[in-house]
Design a protein around this ligand. Structure first.
Ligand code: SR1
Ligand code: MG
Length: 403
């Protein structure tokens, strides 16, 4: 077997032919490399005669958007393949099927989702996703509950944690989200127009305290198997379908990190709406859709998670200790608000940005959007330990948009 090497399109096609039950023998296949993320090659292989297709994803041994001087272990492909299989087993309608993995070549071959649209793009185009809150809250409740000490054998969980030690990818998060935005760092990336905001992040002692609280949780709380990078670029969606992809950052961490990622990315789009919905009426409506979705993610997650706990809770002490579930849920949702804030701030001043903000062409509108995203993010971080309901989160967003 040849040693690891980045695949060409021709090699990806040959590999695709070996997957049983997808393409007819000798079929004419087409291949396009469609990877637009920060890290991997993604080949889309199709058979035009039948419309069938599949995805061949290969991890590169460095950060693609930075270059070979930022090396990165390709073991993340193994982690992604294993996480996809677990998540598919827990939420089959919401996660693509894995056909084949090759650890040596860091390859995952999976179901073709090209009928769907990357959700970030859909949100920028003004698509409404009426099912999304229900779908993603199911994904979150199922995958977080059944991989935690609440919903699986606590001994098996400890063994499983060993397979999901994801040192380098976690370090990316620790550095890019919980460190660099709050000090001078060569990887930070912000426009001159908001330099005052970037500088203010470095001297805000109250903010630093709360970021330290969140960073410590991220480093130490192995609550459940997280997706680890659940932004709207990791979600393929249609108005009536949701598919979660790309769990290469998967590890055992604090549940609120995944829920917060979803909420942060909805609110980043919210902040960009002056451009994406230029008419006042349509902007108001789209922002209402976004805040209603944020509310739905939070409340439906909480309700589904509590139901799973009541019906499938494994721990003999947690299930009978009166008030423990309430304490646990309060803390989990407060974590969610804090992590959402941290994920917003990093997308404005840190290394990796989002198109919801960066693709706004008008300088003044883009500046206002970024200032709004920072205002929401900072407020969520600072208030996260006292937030008592989703209405406070939504109020923070509405207040920032009214300024
Ligand atoms: C160096 S990778 C930059 C970002 O891309 C991924 O999607 C993660 O969000 C990571 O922080
Ligand atoms: Mg990704």
């Amino acid at each position: 077997m040849p040693a690891y090497h980045p695949y060409s399109e021709a090699e990806a096609v040959e590999l695709a032919r070996t997957v049983e039950g997808v393409f007819a023998p000798g079929a004419e296949l087409e291949c396009t490399e469609i990877g637009d993320g920060n890290l991997n090659l993604v080949f889309h292989i199709t058979e035009p005669a039948t419309g069938k297709g599949l995805i061949v994803k290969q991890a590169l041994p460095y950060v693609k958007v930075f270059g070979e001087s930022w090396p990165l272990s390709v073991d993340r492909a193994r982690i992604e393949g294993e996480a996809l299989k677990i998540q598919h087993s827990l939420a089959p309608e919401l996660v693509p099927q894995v056909y084949f993995t090759d650890q040596e070549q860091a390859i995952t071959v999976m179901e073709d989702l090209s009928s769907h649209v990357i959700m970030r793009k859909g949100l920028m185009e003004g698509t409404l996703y009426p099912r999304f809150a229900s779908d993603i809250s199911t994904f979150l409740a199922q995958t977080l509950f059944f991989t935690s000490d609440l919903g699986m054998s606590q001994q098996e969980k400890k063994l499983r944690q060993q397979s999901f030690v994801n040192v380098e990818l976690c370090q990316i998060t620790e550095d890019l989200i919980f460190d660099e935005p709050y000090r001078e760092h060569e990887r930070n990336n912000y426009e001159d127009s908001i330099a005052d905001e970037a500088l203010a992040l470095r001297t805000d002692a109250a903010l630093h305290l709360e970021i330290a609280v969140l960073r410590e949780k991220f480093l130490t709380r192995g609550e459940a198997l997280l997706h680890g990078d659940l932004h709207t670029g990791s979600i393929f969606a249609l108005p009536d379908s949701t598919k979660v992809i790309d769990p290469e950052f998967a590890f055992y961490g604090p549940m609120g990190f995944d829920i917060g990622a979803v909420i942060a990315n909805l609110l980043l789009n919210f902040a960009g709406q002056e451009h994406w919905s230029p008419e006042a009426d349509s902007r108001k409506q789209y922002r209402e859709f976004l805040t209603e979705t944020v509310r739905g993610v939070w409340t439906q997650f909480a309700a589904k998670f509590r139901t799973l706990w009541d019906e499938h809770g494994k721990d003999p002490v947690f299930s009978v200790a009166e008030g423990f579930q309430d304490l646990y849920m309060n803390r989990l949702l407060q974590d969610t608000a804090g992590f959402a804030g941290a994920k917003m701030v990093r997308r404005v001043v840190g290394f990796a940005h989002v198109a919801d903000l960066d693709a706004i062409p008008e300088d003044a509108v883009r500046e206002r959007a970024k200032r709004m995203a920072l205002a929401i993010g900072k407020e969520l971080i600072k208030r996260h330990r006292t937030i008592a309901s989703i209405e406070e989160v939504i109020d923070i967003a509405l207040t920032a948009s009214a300024r």
